[in-house]
Design a protein. Structure first.
Length: 179
């Protein structure tokens, strides 16, 4: 059996990055139901361009509302399938935990990225983390990825991202220029 060569990946946060977050009182929340899922502008074209360039595309998403009892795991999985039906996503990593000492995957911890890298032979130092929250940037930095923050009105990164963009199209342009 031949081992596959290490690959480059782009990790995306889900809510607020690939699909629109629900903003209440200035704070982002995941959609409550599948019917509330709306793709971010340009998501289809951006991910198709990245996929055509040979990049592995993965989602790394915190979903603590499951542990809080606010939504079901089945609902989150249905939302992930909805995204996978519309976008060329290769893999989903989901943290179902609440942030705390027993969890190694809740962003800004790098566990989801490290697990995906081990499972799919990903070179993290040649990969990207794209997200809309400080936690995404923290996880990407901790995993050794290049980080791209999708600017918004509800969050500010606690660590300096490598790049700041206003759209997925702009993030894609930066990633493809570094390919």
């Amino acid at each position: 059996m031949t081992a596959t060569a290490p690959r480059r990946a782009v990790f995306f946060d889900r809510d607020g990055t690939l699909n629109q977050a629900v903003i209440r009182d200035g704070h982002p929340y995941p959609p409550a139901a599948l019917a509330d899922m709306i793709l971010m502008p340009g998501a289809v074209d951006a991910l198709q361009r990245l996929k055509a360039a040979g990049l592995f595309l993965a989602v790394a998403t915190n979903q603590p509302d499951v542990a809080k009892g606010l939504t079901s795991r089945a609902t989150v999985e249905a939302m992930n399938r909805w995204l996978a039906d519309r976008l060329p996503i290769d893999h989903f990593e989901v943290c179902w935990c609440l942030e705390g000492p027993d969890c190694k995957c809740y962003k800004p911890l790098p566990g989801m990225l490290l697990d995906a890298a081990a499972r799919h032979n990903i070179r993290l130092d040649q990969s990207f983390m794209v997200g809309d929250r400080w936690r995404d940037i923290g996880a990407g930095k901790a995993a050794g990825c290049h980080t791209i923050w999708l600017r918004n009105d509800y969050d500010v990164p606690r660590e300096r991202p490598d790049r700041i963009v206003c759209s997925l199209a702009e993030a894609t342009d930066i990633i493809l220029q570094q390919s």
